[in-house]
Write a protein that binds this ligand. Structure first.
Ligand SMILES: [Fe+2]
Length: 392
């Protein structure tokens, strides 16, 4: 089977790259811009940096801020309505993954007849026919990779679903690490582990190629060497820059090779218990790799090296196990609880979680080791007990 490699039209990166906004907007010949930004990003003063650039270019713009993390369908449909009413000819999304996801979805749906639910992957009934408005995405966290992927995630009652289509790719992404300097430790930690999860899951995905491997390994190196500093000393420019590059590299890798078991089992944690996406992944990350490692030994050994483990004296099996342990160390070191109980989940909830997790067939299909319902139940139990068993 041949795996295509796709990337967005343009990625502008580096400290101060937000200054490229006027030129980018003008390149689309846009006159009226709708900016989607959540209240947290506005309160942190980050959106004023974007406004300064829009004013420089004499652009008409409106800021829409009725957004929340892990957005339900209603939030998406309201945002779509607001975009249509304003009559914008370009969309800018600035913020964390949820703000970028909403921006992508509404820019495309602007020119397609229907509501968000009509186009969902699992339960939708309509195909996307129009590309919609041009969109520029500006991440303010180093995590989701939403600026380089074609997917928008929405929360349903007890799980999540997505709209996914090439049309959702940004026309331009501006990745400026300066916008992440004020990100608080907890968000730096959860979004950073999300990025690491994208890198490690896509690296061992059944759809990985040498192209995605190169991106994933570089992402793993940068994120694992800098995440602790970025969390506990957010002003460290080098660590922030590494995280910024790392999350975009990981985004490009997982957009093409996909994520798998960690994200599949994390979705019900977000849907049923409203646990933030990054924390849902973090709490499961070591326990999923504790299960899949025997199916991808050589890659696990390469991963260990990229994670900074001294592998010279280790055989492949030992290196793989060291990689699993290092994933756990990272989650612990950045202050994210590594048991489900710490998030208020009880043992009796495992059955419901497993019943929802098995439904994520799109994600589970990319795992190097298949999951049965029993395996999924067992992985939730391991995360509940907080014990690594090394799978054998
Ligand atoms: Fe993710």
């Amino acid at each position: 089977m041949y795996q295509p490699f796709i990337s967005p039209v343009k990625i502008v990166s580096g400290e101060g790259s937000i200054q490229e906004i006027p030129a980018l907007v003008q390149s689309f010949e846009a006159k009226r811009v709708m900016v989607f930004a959540d209240k947290g990003v506005i309160d942190a003063g980050i959106v004023t940096k974007l406004e300064d650039q829009l004013k420089k270019a004499n652009l008409e713009y409106r800021i829409y801020s009725d957004l929340i993390p892990e957005p339900p369908l209603a939030i998406g449909n309201k945002a779509l309505q607001a975009l249509k009413e304003y009559g914008a000819d370009l969309v800018i999304g600035i913020g964390g993954g949820s703000s970028l996801d909403i921006s992508k979805a509404v820019a495309v749906l602007h020119d397609n007849e229907g509501s968000v639910e009509d186009f969902l992957n699992l339960s939708g009934t309509k195909p996307l026919q129009e590309k919609g408005l041009p969109k520029i995405l500006i991440p303010t966290t180093s995590g989701t990779g939403a600026e380089v992927t074609d997917i928008s995630v929405f929360s349903l009652e007890d799980t999540k679903d997505v709209i996914t289509h090439e049309y959702l790719l940004a026309d331009a992404a501006v990745v400026d690490p300066e916008l992440t300097y004020t990100l608080p430790p907890r968000i730096t930690a959860s979004t950073g582990v999300d990025a690491l999860t994208h890198a490690v899951e896509s690296f061992v995905s059944v759809n990985a190629t040498p192209l995605t491997d190169a991106l994933a390994l570089e992402a793993i190196k940068r994120i694992s060497s800098s995440i602790r500093t970025a969390v506990w000393n957010g002003a460290d420019r080098e660590a922030r820059s590494d995280m910024s590059w790392g999350s975009t590299l990981a985004g490009l890798s997982f957009y093409n090779a996909g994520v798998a078991g960690v994200h599949a089992l994390a979705y019900p944690l977000g849907g049923l218990f409203k646990i933030a996406h990054g924390e849902s992944n973090a709490v499961l990350l070591p326990y999923i790799f504790d299960y899949i490692w025997p199916a991808c030994l050589p890659k696990m050994a390469r991963m260990a090296e990229a994670l900074g483990v001294k592998t010279a004296h280790l055989n492949q099996r030992e290196a793989a196990l060291a990689a699993v342990k290092e994933l756990k160390h990272i989650v612990d070191d950045v202050g994210i609880p590594s048991t489900l109980g710490a998030f208020g989940i009880e043992e009796k909830d495992i059955e419901t979680l497993a019943a929802n997790g098995i439904k994520q067939t799109r994600l589970l299909a990319r795992s190097p080791k298949p999951f049965t319902l029993d395996d999924i139940r067992d992985r939730y139990r391991a995360a509940y007990q907080g014990e690594l068993r090394f799978g054998d």
